[in-house]
Design a protein around this ligand. Structure first.
Ligand code: SF4
Ligand code: SF4
Length: 562
């Protein structure tokens, strides 16, 4: 293979690679603004200047191809001086308003000004004034004075989002960004430009001025908005989620996520309608009760029914662990075979970028567990008929709202003797329940989702519940590692009395005299591996930060079902 020397060390490269690509692959950082590994090369910011022996001038590393025998210096005096001059030009018209800029703390201009600037300005003329607070679309605000014209946003829209909505207008130091006449910057991926804008020119309207970035913790997780399972960071302050951002995973979502996931997939966690603590219906009202009372009452209620009088609705919104324990509870404790889940498909709402028409994060996980959908197993129509004719007398619903999507079920619900619901938020189905358990959301628990590609990916708790803090209090520090989270360093005023569904079910199962003695969700995951070959030998560590591609050709053995 051909070789190039960078800062005194020889590296092999593939013909066609540029200097910056070879450098990045080998852990050498060459400062840059406009270059992005997933976008075409524009070479306009000039920040990646390097010195190449036998070349008369400095060259830009993003568009100069590596050549056999080439000798590159990224830290020579000439290269450093060249970058200082570029920084000086970039800052000439910049408003230097870091104290009030949302990007402060994660701004490449700020960072490079410290690392590669001279620390002073020779510019005494009047700065250009440009439009501020320009709403480009429903979610993105533009500040033209902060823009360094790197064109990343334009290239992203055209090349990745396939929506040619942004362009440069004017020339020279008057150049700025606009949408094409009569167009909004409203493609389903618009907010990714906020992440890739190297300065504070593009901001997220939903997040602007909510927090400084250093006040928040960031926890690695998975978006629950569809079967893609985009890798995300959950940003938290005061035990409240303030934003989601995409986390790099080239096998799943690359650097991106969709606006729907980013805007809509966290607000329910801190919403006013959260179910807070277990509830029992007394005199027509749902009354908050102690956990013991709810569990004892549930056991006495469930004991009233024959196995075939009970139906269980599992959830593709819940984790693999929640559904496995539910399946085991149905088969071993209740001895019912009536367990299925409702698919949530929006036909046509899918593209060849990220968005999937399956709007749940874990339907593949349920299929691997052998839980049937309402299409293949017990349909909602048949269930409604069974309820109407009193064949089914008790319904258990986990982390779903079947009544919202099925009026037939609603019409027959009064025929049931008992409804038990596990829910994160109040919904149509909770209005009819006799027993209501507060399920922890995806942001409050450990667990696994399996995406549509068969990649098993980990969730980690980003915010704490009352139960979790109680558990953490009693844990040795080494045990804390299991939670794999960077807990919010600030006070936590809002804490819900909620628990992972698998934990609540295990408590009820123990009340029936069964040995559901898991300590952590990883204990459940390991048991799944003992029962299903697709997960055999896996633990949370083996899933890593980027997930584990399951071998779906392995035969699924449903040991616990027989
Ligand atoms: S708005 Fe940001 S991403 Fe777009 S050209 Fe300006 S600096 Fe670059
Ligand atoms: S594509 Fe799906 S998983 Fe990804 S961010 Fe959007 S809703 Fe979430």
């Amino acid at each position: 293979m051909p070789k190039v020397t960078i800062d005194g060390i020889q590296y092999e490269f593939n013909p066609g690679e540029t200097i910056i690509q070879v450098a990045e692959r080998n852990g050498i950082h060459i400062p840059h603004y406009c270059w992005h590994p997933k976008l075409s090369v524009s070479g306009n910011c000039r920040m990646c200047l390097v010195e190449v022996e036998k070349m008369p001038k400095l060259v830009i590393a993003c568009s100069t191809l590596a050549m056999e025998g080439m000798v590159v210096h990224t830290k020579s005096e000439r290269a450093i001086k060249g970058r200082e001059h570029v920084m000086e030009f970039l800052l000439i018209n910049h408003p230097l308003d870091c104290p009030i800029c949302d990007e402060a703390g994660e701004c490449m201009l700020q960072e490079y000004a410290y690392r590669h600037g001279t620390g002073y300005s020779r510019f005494i003329e009047e700065k250009n004034q440009k439009p501020k607070r320009v709403k480009l679309g429903p979610y993105v605000m533009f500040d033209a004075e902060r823009c360094i014209s790197c064109s990343r946003c334009i290239r992203f829209s055209k090349e990745i989002a396939k929506a040619d909505q942004l362009t440069f207008v004017q020339r020279g130091d008057r150049v700025t960004i606009e949408t094409f006449p009569g167009k909004q910057f409203d493609n389903p991926y618009s907010l990714n430009v906020v992440d890739i804008c190297p300065v504070g020119a593009l901001t997220n309207i939903d997040f602007r001025f909510k927090a400084r970035v250093w006040e928040m913790s960031a926890t690695k997780s998975i978006c629950p908005g569809c079967a893609r399972g985009c890798n995300i960071d959950i940003w938290v302050r005061n035990n409240e989620i303030l934003r989601l951002t995409p986390r790099l995973n080239e096998s799943v979502n690359d650097y991106w996520m969709c606006d729907h996931g980013r805007i809509n997939c966290f607000k329910f966690v801190n919403a006013k309608d959260r179910v807070d603590g277990p509830h029992l219906r007394k005199d027509g009202e749902l009354i908050k009760v102690k956990w013991d009372e709810a569990v004892n009452y549930t056991i006495s209620e469930l004991k009233k029914f024959n196995p075939n009088e009970i139906a269980v609705i599992a959830s593709p919104f819940a984790t693999l662990e929640d559904n496995f324990v539910l399946l085991k509870f149905a088969k071993q404790v209740l001895r019912t075979k009536n367990i299925f889940y409702n698919p949530h498909i929006k036909p046509g709402d899918q593209d060849d970028i990220l968005i999937r028409e399956d709007k749940t994060p874990n339907s593949t996980g349920l299929k691997l567990l052998g839980i049937q959908t309402s299409e293949n197993g017990l349909s909602i129509e048949t269930l409604s008929e069974f309820i109407k004719t009193k064949v089914i007398k008790c319904l258990i619903v986990v982390e779903d709202d079947p009544i919202a999507s099925n009026s037939k079920l609603k019409d027959v619900l009064q025929n049931l003797d008992t409804v038990v619901v596990f829910a994160t938020n109040q919904n149509k189905t909770t209005e009819y329940t006799k027993i209501l358990y507060p399920a922890a959301t995806y942001a409050e628990k450990n667990g696994v989702f399996v995406n549509f590609q068969g990649i098993a990916q980990r969730l980690r708790p980003a915010i704490s519940t009352i139960e979790m803090e109680r558990t953490l209090d009693g844990m040795a520090l080494s045990r804390l590692d299991k939670f794999g989270t960077e807990f919010d360093k600030w006070a936590r005023p809002v804490k819900y009395d909620a628990m992972s569904t698998w934990k609540i079910l295990s408590q009820i199962a123990r009340g029936f005299g069964f040995k559901f003695d898991y300590m952590t969700s990883e204990d459940v995951f390991i048991e799944i591996g003992n029962n299903y070959r697709a997960f055999s030998g896996l633990n949370y560590e083996s899933l890593g930060d980027k997930g584990y591609k399951l071998n779906l050709t392995k035969v699924i053995e449903e040991k616990i079902l027989v």
